[in-house]
Design a protein around this ligand. Structure first.
Ligand code: 2BA
Length: 111
């Protein structure tokens, strides 16, 4: 038996939990905070048999992998001549990604 820990962005946490549940995985989702950026993220604890670890990682990658997104609400640099200091210029940004640890479970009990 294994535990897969997956640290994903907060906004991906709900979606990937649903996808994993649909595929029969038991998931515990923890609201966590990155130590470096101090931003909220989500840590999923996924219990699974060794044979299904790769499938779980594949589902996480499919759902949360790094991808490009067009953001329309980013502040544009102030030009100095225009009074509006906030413009909506569509900008492509990279979002998503996951950090994954796989560990052995020494003992499992459920009461
Ligand atoms: P990522 O490497 O994609 O990591 C995203 C989040 O995943 C991290 O948030 C942390 O919560 C977790 N994480 C990643 N690697 C881990 C590990 N080996 N052990 C435990 N948790 C881990 P943050 O700590 O807030 O980091 C956010 C991003 O800042 C990182 O993205 C990385 O690009 C950068 N970063 C983190 N620590 C850094 C450092 N010491 N120096 C430079 N850049 C750093």
């Amino acid at each position: 038996m294994k535990i897969v820990y997956a640290i994903v962005g907060s906004s991906d946490g709900t979606r990937v939990t649903a996808v994993l549940n649909e595929h029969g995985y038991m998931v515990t989702r923890l609201a966590t905070t990155g130590g470096f950026l101090k931003k909220g993220n989500a840590t999923l604890m996924i219990e699974t048999e060794k044979e299904r670890v790769d499938e779980a990682i594949h589902l996480i990658e499919e759902t949360c992998g790094k991808r490009q997104k067009i953001m329309c609400d980013l502040p544009a640099p102030h030009t100095g001549t225009m009074s509006a200091g906030f413009a909506t210029i569509p900008t492509e940004v990279e979002v998503g990604g996951a950090t994954i640890f796989v560990t052995d479970v020494e003992r499992f009990e459920k009461f």
